[in-house]
Design a protein around this ligand. Structure first.
Ligand code: SAM
Length: 197
């Protein structure tokens, strides 16, 4: 059951937020889940009244949930291929009580991107080319998948109208189509803000 206002005690620091998750998920936090400070800066850039923001590869939902609590005027959506991570995202969402956050279990290649205005991307395909960084063994990884997903992401971003906003975190610039202009950065250039021209 949702409450009217999000449970803000979880937003004091990352360690507090991460208590929403079981131990093995907490251990992955520093490497794989967006920190609260990054979520705040990224969502400050992406959010506007009525905007629909998609996290491409939403993991346990940390970006979406934090962004949704910081920006009730926008909606945040996540697509996640791993069913257990999707489940942890749903549970955390209910515990926080955000009503503008929505998760879907599935592969990003099957999504209808017409329903989203702006995008957040935390280098989601990296484990395909760096197996040492893989989250778990629940999904197949390969160089071929890295290329397939990168191609799909670029084509989708390319098809979006002028004014589309994108935030990348720890992601190579070559995953961003040429039509997107870099308009800001933070966190030693690991966090980048882009707008389609
Ligand atoms: C680095 S984590 C980031 C999680 C989340 N965006 C955050 O910032 O906290 C990337 C996530 O993308 C997911 N992912 C990678 N490829 C995907 C695909 N093709 N479809 C859906 N999810 C995918 C992974 O399973 C992983 O949970």
């Amino acid at each position: 059951m949702y409450t009217d206002t999000p449970n803000t005690s979880y937003f004091r620091k990352d360690a507090a937020f991460d208590t929403l998750y079981p131990g093995h998920i907490r251990e992955l936090s520093q490497l794989h889940w967006t920190g609260l400070g990054v979520a705040l800066e990224a969502s400050n850039f992406l959010a506007s009244p009525g905007a629909r923001v998609l996290d491409i590869g939403s993991g346990v939902g940390k970006f979406c949930i934090a962004a949704g609590a910081y920006h009730p005027e926008a909606s945040f959506y996540g697509i996640e291929q791993r069913k257990d991570l999707y489940g942890y995202a749903e549970t955390a969402k209910e515990q926080i009580g955000v009503q503008n956050v929505f998760f879907k279990h599935g592969n990003l290649t099957d999504l209808n991107y017409d329903q989203y205005d702006h995008f957040y991307f935390y280098n989601s395909f990296y484990e395909n080319i760096e197996p040492g960084s893989r989250i778990d063994y629940a999904v197949h990884i390969s160089y071929e998948l890295y290329n397939t997903y990168t191609f799909h992401l670029r084509a989708m971003l390319d098809s979006k109208p002028a004014g589309t906003k994108l935030v990348t975190y720890h992601a190579p610039d070559k995953q961003v189509p040429a039509g997107y202009k870099l308009v800001g950065n933070s966190y030693s250039r690991y966090l980048k803000m882009w707008v389609k021209k």
